[in-house]
Design a protein around this ligand. Structure first.
Ligand SMILES: CC(C)(COP(=O)(O)OP(=O)(O)OC[C@H]1O[C@@H](n2cnc3c(N)ncnc32)[C@H](O)[C@@H]1OP(=O)(O)O)[C@@H](O)C(=O)NCCC(=O)NCCS
Length: 416
């Protein structure tokens, strides 16, 4: 029997089958309860959800939704955020993902979305569709006794305050903090529906047991919340000494002062001998620089997570700011042909322009390599050295780097 791919927006039965398929696709054996299904149906944005059906059974899932992606300089571009991608193990490698992806990207381009985004589970899946790794994440471990961090430290009131708050307060104050944070950090995105409810345990999806974490807000001297850390503590003792591990689930800050204060706060908690993040931490955290002994902070993992797919190259390249003035002709190759073409990027103090051109190219690169450069994560010289970008004129990678370089690396702390 052939597999039919259809939209599920208008059918509750299809939606229930779709959510069950998501569980199976992500290898969660325990099916969602009827209550969980009802809640998910009610609270999820399924306006652009596709399901592949083999008879009554949903065997592949895919959805996308509108998102804003922050680019260098603080502008945002409209993104087609791809999520919920699964193909049940019995139906893998028959082209189901390809069918759903190609349709979604084609429609996104027609709609005028500037890029598509996703958080990739594996490196090898999405390059073929024109995505490239655009921002990384890191898992940090700090062994507190090695830091030589001054344990007499407390936050001076002139710099702000830190306070434990509860989940309800996070739901109230967190959105404004996140909004300020994400508008200032390239690679960050706006929050998805249920973000705050899930972060604070008010809504619990999936079979994992919930452990209530601690929430700490940093407020600036004017009383404005500028940073949030959510962490739990694993109780441990060694040789009659406390050896607790503080595990950071989320830490974002809208100002450097907030970021400094939150890390210092974590490193000053008595009983805690180690601070760890999950693997979605900031690859460019100020953390190591704040320590007298910077080697006390180790990155346990450092890998791509946010992938970007150019859909409208001129809109994409004119939305960001550049570090210098200059001109560059980019010959873009696109495995799906959606954004293929040669473009002249010209940057002056008045801003950036990007138009199709017939001039000869300075750099030839595929859409994935353009994504790696776009938010400032990769260097063109390095990509060229690895053979992932072709330099058609002398010094073109260095000129690209002078334009594309950013002060801080991009980061997306939120999977979606
Ligand atoms: C990733 C997944 C959705 C792929 O679905 P699929 O329907 O098997 O993919 P397709 O049949 O359309 O594959 C298209 C191509 O991508 C390749 N491909 C797909 N998944 C791949 C993977 N995980 N690693 C390497 N290559 C992969 C296929 O081999 C195929 O290549 P080909 O055209 O050269 O033969 C599916 O394997 C899955 O559900 N995995 C577990 C959940 C998951 O990782 N989801 C993604 C979350 S971001």
């Amino acid at each position: 029997m052939s597999v039919e791919i259809r939209d599920i927006a208008d059918s509750a039965a299809d939606q229930d089958a779709w959510f069950r398929a998501v569980y199976t696709g992500f290898l969660t054996a325990e099916p969602p309860s009827p209550e969980q299904l009802a809640e998910r149906r009610e609270r999820s944005d399924l306006g652009r959800a596709q399901g592949a059906f083999d008879g009554d059974r949903c065997v592949a899932t895919f959805r996308s939704f509108d998102q804003e992606l922050t680019v260098p300089g603080g502008g945002v571009v409209r993104a087609d955020a791809v999520s919920g991608v699964t193909v049940t193990a019995t139906h893998r490698r028959r082209g189901l993902l390809t069918r759903m992806m190609v349709r979604d990207l084609t429609e996104a381009r027609e709609r005028g979305d500037v890029v598509a985004t996703l958080a990739a589970a594996e490196f090898l899946i999405y390059g073929r569709y024109g995505f490239g790794p655009a921002a990384r994440t890191a898992e940090w471990r700090v062994e507190k006794p090695l830091t030589r961090f001054d344990q007499r430290w407390t936050l001076p009131e002139s710099e702000g305050t830190v306070a434990f708050v509860d989940g309800a307060e996070v739901r109230k104050e967190g959105p404004a903090v996140h909004e300020r944070f994400r508008r200032g950090r390239a690679g960050a995105v706006d929050t998805v529906s249920m973000y705050w409810e899930r972060l604070t345990g008010e809504v619990r999806w999936g079979p994992d047991a919930w452990k209530e974490p601690f929430y700490v807000l940093f407020r600036d001297p004017a009383g404005e919340a500028q940073g949030l850390v959510v962490f739990d503590v694993q109780d441990a003792w060694r040789d009659v000494q406390p050896a607790n591990v503080a595990k950071v689930r989320k830490l974002f800050a809208a100002t450097p002062a907030a970021e400094r204060a939150l890390w210092r706060f974590l490193l000053s908690i008595d009983w805690v001998s180690e601070v760890r993040t999950n693997d979605e931490g900031d690859p460019d955290a100020l953390l190591p620089l704040l320590l007298p002994n910077q080697r006390a902070a180790a990155t346990l993992s450092h890998a791509d997570l946010l992938w970007v797919r150019p859909l409208d190259v001129p809109a994409m390249l004119t939305a960001r700011r550049y570090s210098a003035s200059g001109a560059l002709v980019l010959d873009i190759r696109d495995p799906l042909g959606l954004s293929e073409g040669r473009y002249l990027l010209e940057v002056s103090e008045a801003g950036a322009s990007c138009v199709p051109t017939t001039r000869s190219a300075d750099l030839t690169l595929d859409t994935g390599a353009l994504s790696a450069l776009y938010l400032g994560d990769a260097s063109a010289a390095r990509l060229a050295a690895a053979g992932l970008v072709d330099a058609d004129t002398d010094g073109a990678p260095d000129r690209a780097d002078a334009l594309f370089r950013t002060g801080r690396r991009p980061w997306c702390p939120d999977t979606f």
